[in-house]
Unconditional design. Structure first.
Length: 101
């Protein structure tokens, strides 16, 4: 069985970085979801695709995968580029953009 280990990115709808420090292990689905003939909802008989485990460190996630005999693909996190800004910079005299109001 295959799994993927990664550090999740921050959500686009929030400015905070909560839930981005842990490492996540997700199982890859073995089969494609198929539509239910009666209702049309997508479903699969593979329940491992619904499992999502969180670990405090990458080493703990990899150790769990080794104990379970999983083939693992590790995705390295992208470096975070933070550009510090202040509200006062909107009104600076050296501002290079045009005023829009």
């Amino acid at each position: 069985m295959r799994a993927r280990i990664y550090q999740p990115a921050k959500t686009a709808t929030q400015s905070g970085r909560a839930k981005t420090h842990d490492w996540v292990l997700e199982y890859e689905t073995a089969r494609k979801p198929r539509p239910d003939p009666l209702m049309g909802w997508s479903g699969a008989s593979d329940t491992q695709g619904q499992v999502r485990l969180s670990f405090e460190t990458r080493a703990a996630a990899e150790a769990y995968a080794v104990r379970q005999g999983l083939e693992v693909q590790v995705a390295e996190p992208q470096p975070l580029a933070v550009k510090p800004k202040a509200y006062a910079e909107n009104f600076a005299h050296k501002r290079k953009g045009l005023w829009t109001h």
